[in-house]
Design a protein around this ligand. Structure first.
Ligand SMILES: NC(=O)C1=CN([C@@H]2O[C@H](COP(=O)(O)OP(=O)(O)OC[C@H]3O[C@@H](n4cnc5c(N)ncnc54)[C@H](O)[C@@H]3O)[C@@H](O)[C@H]2O)C=CC1
Ligand SMILES: O=C(O)C(=O)COP(=O)(O)O
Length: 388
């Protein structure tokens, strides 16, 4: 029985993909084989010795100690694209909330009191202070054109906006899914200098921390609206606060509110709602459960942020060995030599690497004796060995 610890609310539809006769799921399990989570902070947890896999039902993995898990040969799965539509819809809502001063206008109307005539008078008298502007012809800058960014870019074009995008790591497949009307910028600075709105859809890391800062905000046209549905650390909120005062920034729309900005009339702050739709929660949970199950039961790896993509159909009647090792020369040689010395025949095999890690699946004709597994485990550079 595999033990699956769910640290956040993971949709039941997803958890039901893990058959109850082989997987025990719970919120309070000791010695888990698998941890499933959303935004829970895994950095602050002791990683159990029993752990085989981590599954993030969502995109961002900045809450997970990926390097420490890699060092132990543990894959971290996520669910690229599974919540992208949900985030896109909220970003588009953010554009409109800001352009039409909807939050301020709503607050104004909610505070109205009196009879019909009084309210009607206040409605007509008050509306001019909330007059906004329309989106067609305005320029949206999109930093990060992955699963979310490209959907936002395409949707903004459909609303009549001009879109300028920057993503030095865009994939070929991602580029095919992006409208050819999106103009390509050479740098984040170039996006800022063109934008009426700028939206970030990048992971939080040392390259993206503080991308919106005093220097980049200064490059923009006065009246910029900044949208942050990525992570708090992408935006220097002190710089945004200062730019809101000068009018350089017209609105700041964020899914990651910081204390200093909450309550500002031109800050629209949401409680990390981007992926909080029934559809996205289900998509993410199903995807992560399927990926984790395939890894636990077959050693196959789909969408692990720290491992290569490795999927090999099981050879009929064969026994499977999976080995995680450092990506250095002669590892496969040592593994296959150990198998040959034990007189096991290799039926099928695959070896791939990603960064500093390599992963090997081998189907052999007979079960592997415990001493052979111990021998492979003892090879210098081998991080994890299993017979899934
Ligand atoms: N508000 C919410 O609830 C949600 C927030 N997110 C956040 O959005 C981020 C992006 O999500 P996805 O689009 O699904 O991920 P993704 O991996 O599909 O796309 C990220 C893109 O950013 C690009 N990128 C990386 N560094 C960059 C840089 N310095 N400049 C420009 N582009 C850069 C990558 O090449 C990639 O194309 C996540 O990492 C997460 O932090 C994701 C889902 C929900
Ligand atoms: O997928 C992501 O990166 C998100 O930020 C969504 O977070 P959540 O699953 O709603 O806690």
């Amino acid at each position: 029985m595999y033990r699956v610890l769910a640290l956040n609310n993971i949709s039941k539809v997803g958890l039901s993909r893990l058959p109850a006769d082989r997987f025990q799921t719970g919120k309070d399990l000791a010695d888990p084989d698998v941890i499933l989570l959303r935004s829970a902070d895994l950095h602050s947890m002791d990683l159990p010795a029993s752990l085989l896999a981590v599954g993030r039902a969502g995109a961002g993995v900045n809450n997970i100690p990926v390097a420490a898990l890699s060092a132990r040969g543990i894959p971290v799965f996520n669910t690229p694209g599974a919540n992208a539509n949900a985030v896109k819809e909220l970003v588009i809502a953010g554009l409109l909330l800001a352009a039409r001063n909807i939050c301020q206008a709503w607050a104004y109307t909610q505070a109205l009191e009196g009879d019909t005539q009084t309210v009607e008078h206040a409605v007509e008298a008050g509306k001019k202070q909330f007059a906004g502007f329309e989106l067609p012809g305005r320029t949206l800058g999109v930093v990060g054109l992955g699963a979310i960014g490209r959907q936002v870019a395409n949707a903004a074009l459909a609303l009549g906006m001009k879109v300028v995008g920057y993503d030095p790591g865009i994939t070929v497949e991602g580029a095919w899914l992006l409208s050819s009307q999106v103009e390509r910028a050479a740098s984040v600075e170039a996006v800022f200098s063109r934008a009426d709105f700028i939206t970030f859809h990048v992971p939080l890391n040392d390259h993206t921390r503080g991308l919106a800062n005093a220097d980049t905000l200064r490059l923009a046209r006065p009246g910029l609206t900044v949208l942050n549905f990525a992570r708090a650390g992408i935006v220097d909120t002190d710089a945004v606060a200062a730019a809101l005062e000068t009018g350089q920034v017209h609105y700041y729309v964020s899914d990651f509110p910081k204390p200093g900005l909450i309550g500002h009339p031109r800050v629209i702050a949401l409680p990390h709602l981007g992926a909080s739709t029934a559809e996205a929660e289900e998509n993410c949970a199903v995807m992560v459960a399927d990926q984790v199950r395939d890894y636990i039961e077959n050693g196959n790896i789909t969408n692990a942020v720290n491992f290569p993509w490795v999927v090999m159909p099981r050879a009929e009647g064969a026994v499977r060995l999976s080995v995680v090792n450092a990506n250095v020369p002669n590892m496969v040689g040592q593994i296959t030599t150990a198998l040959a010395e034990a007189k096991l025949n290799i039926v099928d095999m695959i070896n791939k690497s990603k960064g500093e890690l390599a992963y090997t699946l081998v189907d052999v004709d007979r079960p592997l004796p415990a001493e052979l597994l111990a021998k492979i485990r003892a090879i210098a550079g081998v991080l994890a060995v299993r017979c899934p």
